[in-house]
Design a protein around this ligand. Structure first.
Ligand code: F6R
Length: 593
């Protein structure tokens, strides 16, 4: 949440920072601002709304040093005053994160004569920095003191008046730094840096980065330190639309290719798919779509590994009694690897001496670095706020973990293992077929509706949860998911003539039961869209629209069944003319509680 970009170098920093912010807009987009050095002064320009609104206020000024911010509001509404950068005394900052003790600090600062213009925790942090700097008159000592004073999470870019360096530090929220012959760059995520270089440094907690015109220096405990340079595996086109109308559509269409690469890599390096058979119980902890991927993980691990597995929402897990023991493996699932609640759950699991395994997309992210072991899902750069390809590769990762368990304990014979491997490799081909179906006309039948219901059982229920989340988050249509058998315990009273009901039926063991539940909705007038396994014979009277999925093992079929739901959500939102990649109130990487 919140995008941060800074530049110090030979070029005009203003367009570089604006371009960087645009590529980070998926992290927050309710207001934006920039601060740049101009003739010994610092000029701050900010505005409510998208970065294009900020651009309207910029003249053709130039500067070599600038910091910028695109905001996802936490404290105070999205308006110009609350937008970053904030300036107090000699200090100007942009901030990603939440300062939890800001009220207490604000009271103290007010009693010491500080006044505040905004409602933000960031302005308080800025005043804290200014007040410490007034005492120490030493910028590094000031920044080093912050970890003792501020509670919560932060990534700061800091300018001091009469100094042309950018200072940066972080706790919780991520920051990367990079250089090329034109200058030095700081950003909260990879896409902002990608047009300039593929090499970067990750700022670790407790470190300070000093970015001047010519170089970047890192300081830890008062000493200059050397840091290892890392390399992005992404190409610039990953962060570009390359002809697609939206990143979400591009990312859905990338799935066959990404799955193929994933399979090639992990079947070549099968030991990287960890053997988790020694654990007595497994906790899968995640948020949102990653949590939904975890539910499928539970189903497959229990079926093929016979290990008791429970799935938890990270924001609940971190505050619950979870009975974590040394025999527990806690699996943290996260695309960004920076989700605050998932990080907190990881740290809790480590305190309890459980084994920890991160299933993560972003290389070098906090969850990847702090987990005992990590499996990268290798989904590439995901820009659309609504996840698609990362979700699919999270499910695929669980599938391979279960496949490995099944082979080890004999539930999957050598012969079956080979057949299933062939099916994995046939997935890209099957997804390509599903991608070609006509979702526009299907979407046209439901995009004007106010409520939609998704029903399924077991693995199909978990897929429905994800399909429903996709639809509601980008189309703003109220959508709910029920385990199909649960509907008649109350919710069926909401089914009326024409109410859309989407159902997935791929689980052969429970198919007839789900069909009965579909019929119960049909009898009350529901308009049923059915996604079913091809070989299942279901009477035509049960549905109004049908999408058929090729028969595959339950280890493989979930990656296929989800694709029509992703595309249905996409086309419904597109028909409504919505800003699909940046849905209202959302942000890509949830680095606050
Ligand atoms: C929904 C979506 C979110 C994320 C959730 C976790 O489309 O993208 O629900 O899945 O915020 O994010 P990560 O995976 O980065 O921890």
């Amino acid at each position: 949440m919140c995008g941060i970009m800074g530049y110090n170098g030979k070029q005009n920093a203003i367009p570089i920072v604006i371009k960087g912010l645009k590529s980070l807009e998926y992290r927050g987009y309710d207001s934006a601002g920039i601060a740049y050095l101009k003739d010994e002064n610092v000029k701050i320009i900010k505005e409510k709304g998208r970065i294009t609104e900020l651009e309207k206020l910029l003249d053709d000024d130039s500067s070599n040093t600038a910091i910028g911010h695109t905001r996802w509001a936490t404290h105070g509404s999205p308006n110009r005053i609350n937008a970053h950068p904030h300036n107090v005394g000699d200090v100007i900052i942009v901030h990603n994160g939440i300062i939890e003790n800001y009220s207490e600090l604000k009271e103290k600062l007010i009693s010491n004569g500080y006044t505040f213009k905004s409602e933000t925790d960031t302005e308080v942090a800025c005043a804290v920095i200014d007040s410490i700097y007034k005492e120490t008159n030493d910028k590094i000592k000031t920044i080093e003191k912050l970890k003792d004073v501020l509670k919560g999470s932060y990534a700061f870019l800091i300018l001091f008046k009469n100094d042309n360096k950018i200072y940066t530090t972080r706790c919780g929220s991520p920051l990367i730094l990079a250089s090329n012959i034109d200058g030095n760059y700081i950003a909260s995520d990879i896409p902002a840096i990608l047009p300039y270089t593929k090499e970067y440094y990750l700022l670790d907690e407790g470190e300070i980065g000093i970015v001047d015109f010519e170089k970047i220096e890192f300081i830890k405990n008062g000493n200059i330190i050397k840091k290892e340079k890392l390399t992005f595996n992404f190409s610039v086109s990953e962060a570009e639309l390359v002809g697609y109308k939206h990143f979400m559509l591009k990312e859905i269409n990338e799935q066959p290719h990404i799955i193929k690469e994933f399979l090639d890599y992990y079947f070549e390096n099968f030991d990287l798919i960890k053997d988790i058979s020694k654990y007595k119980k497994i906790h899968i902890v995640a948020c949102g779509s990653a949590y939904h991927a975890g539910l499928i993980g539970k189903y497959l691990i229990e079926k093929y590994g016979h290990i008791e597995t429970n799935v938890y929402i990270a924001s609940e897990y971190r505050y619950s009694d979870n009975f974590i023991t040394k025999d527990t493996l806690v699996i943290l699932v996260s695309q960004s690897g920076e989700t605050a609640d998932t990080i907190a759950s990881l740290r809790l699991a480590k305190e309890c001496k459980a084994g920890t395994l991160g299933i993560v997309n972003v290389v070098g992210s906090t969850i990847a670095r702090e987990s005992d072991e990590v499996i990268y899902i290798n989904a590439g750069c995901e820009i659309a706020v609504a996840t698609t390809k990362a979700y699919t590769n999270q499910v695929l990762t669980f599938s391979l973990l279960a496949y490995k368990l099944g082979i080890k304990n004999g539930l999957i014979s050598n012969e079956d293992a080979l057949e299933i491997k062939k099916e994995y490799y046939n997935l890209p081909n099957e997804i390509n077929k599903i991608l070609k179906l006509d979702y526009k006309s299907l979407a046209s039948k439901i995009y004007k509706q106010n409520d939609i219901f998704f029903i399924g059982r077991l693995i199909d229920y978990y897929l429905c949860l994800e399909g429903s989340l996709k639809l509601k988050e980008i189309s703003y249509i109220h959508s709910e998911t029920y385990a199909a058998g649960e509907l008649k315990h109350g919710t069926i009273s909401l089914i009326d003539e024409g109410t859309p009901v989407v159902s997935i039926v791929t689980d052969t063991s429970i198919c007839e039961k789900t069909v009965s539940n579909i019929n119960e909705t049909k009898a009350r007038g529901a308009n049923v869209i059915l996604v079913k396994r091809k070989s299942l014979v279901i009477d035509e009277t049960c549905y109004d629209e049908l999408i058929e999925i090729t028969d595959m093992s339950d280890l493989v079929i979930p990656m296929l069944s989800i694709v029509p739901l992703q595309l249905l959500a996409y086309h419904v939102a597109d028909l409504k003319g919505l800003d699909i990649d940046k849905p209202k109130n959302l942000a890509k990487s949830v680095t606050v509680e």
